[in-house]
Ligand binder design. Sequence first.
Ligand code: NAD
Ligand code: USQ
Length: 434
Amino acid sequence: MRVAVLGGDGYCGWATALYLSKRGHSVAIADNFARRQWDHELGVQTLTPIRPLSDRLNVWQDLTGETIELFVGDVTEYDFLSSVIQGFEPDAVVHFAEQRAAPYSMIDRKHAVFTQVNNVVGTLNLLFALREFQPDCHLVKLGTMGEYGTPNIDIEEGYITIEHNGRRDTVPYPKQPGSFYHLSKVHDSHNIMFACKVWGLRATDLNQGVVYGTTTDEVALSEALINRFDYDDVFGTVLNRFCVQAAIGYPLTVYGKGGQTRGFLDIRDTVRCVEIACLNPAARGECRVFNQFTEQFSVLDLAHMVQTAGEKLGLTVEVDHLPDPRVEAEEHYYNAKHSKLIELGLEPHLLSDSLLDSLMNVALKYRDRVDPAVMMPRINWRQPRNERRVQTSREPVPVVEASLQVVGGSGRKDNGNRGNSSNARSDLKGKLER
Ligand code: NAD
Ligand code: USQ
């Protein structure tokens, strides 16, 4: 199968492109490297030292003999995107190429507008390009569980059957997204559903939960293929952040009460889910929705799991409750269905202590690259403008003594992180109360 991976230089896209290539599919990547620029803009970097994409692709070819075609450009530019579709003639397009951080979209007006234009226009362009040049191609679009929000009823997979005033219909499940980013995904979903209806396109909207982990079998083949591992307050997702925090002795940053419950999945399941969707395409005119996660946890559950796993490794892990910078329910009902991918053959990798150990060991391995200044949240949902941090030179991270037992490295034994954290906490409290 010929599969174009839009956003293939990113976290999910890179792992997916290699996985599909290894499984014998012909793969092309399209990316404009916007994500690397956003890291520069925010003064942050992935924990893991990722190589330029062209280097990574050369290493992949040397190791496996497989070629992944590369198209460099912006999917919001129609000429570029339509040339990719015409040039590569994919059977499936996997669309990851969006701005995906909720906090980034909440920085200020400019970032909210950018996020929605980038995401909605990119997807609209793709719908038009498929309609014009490759109408039988299957669109596999990455959506998010966050489209549904946290309703006080069970969450279905995309659609719900409702009885109202004696009549019955199956309609899209109500959406209550929690950021301008999550809203962009809702707008995408509506556009995709409409295009399937009017043009007979085929699409699968994968409403993915929060992804954790960094290693897949393919990425593990060489250090040069290493994937991103974001831990900063804007792009870092919660479990990846907690593992890095535990590894450097920084108190885990639970926002509010920590009862926020979400669906989670291992990145090894992300790549398999995408393959399953590609191998089982939607029918012409069908817009299918799969909820793509394997387990649900509250933020506090995760903090306690990381604490326990950390203690087994000899780390002292404290859990801190910060004022929640987001506007979200801190305690709520949550029961989201997720059986469709399992029915199609997904065998989940569930979160285990050994996985948490390995995530923390990745963090320990690259601890010299950890910047503790990006642990405190800086984007407050209640403000229409938030200050962004400018890159500053930084000291190597002080590593707590317990961490040294695990990796056997050398490091200072002061607890400078904690002092910074508590100053930043009072500062944050002040800002949130204003
Ligand atoms: P990422 O930021 O690591 O990767 C996105 C990639 O898309 C980057 O390489 C970026 O340069 C590229 N891109 C963005 N806009 C582009 C444009 N206009 N033209 C060309 N390339 C562009 O993000 P990720 O974590 O890999 O997420 C991928 C997708 O999966 C996103 O759509 C995201 O919403 C969705 N998703 C991610 C998670 C998660 O936990 N990471 C969870 C649910 C859904
Ligand atoms: N949280 C903390 N402490 C932290 C970081 C986050 O308590 O240090 C909390 C947040 O307040 C939130 C939850 O953890 O309640 C999840 O936050 P997150 O940053 O891990 O994930 P989120 O913002 O929801 O976004 C991520 C991806 C996004 C994807 C989404 C899937 O960045 O692309 O769409 O997960 S979902 O959550 O299902 O919407």
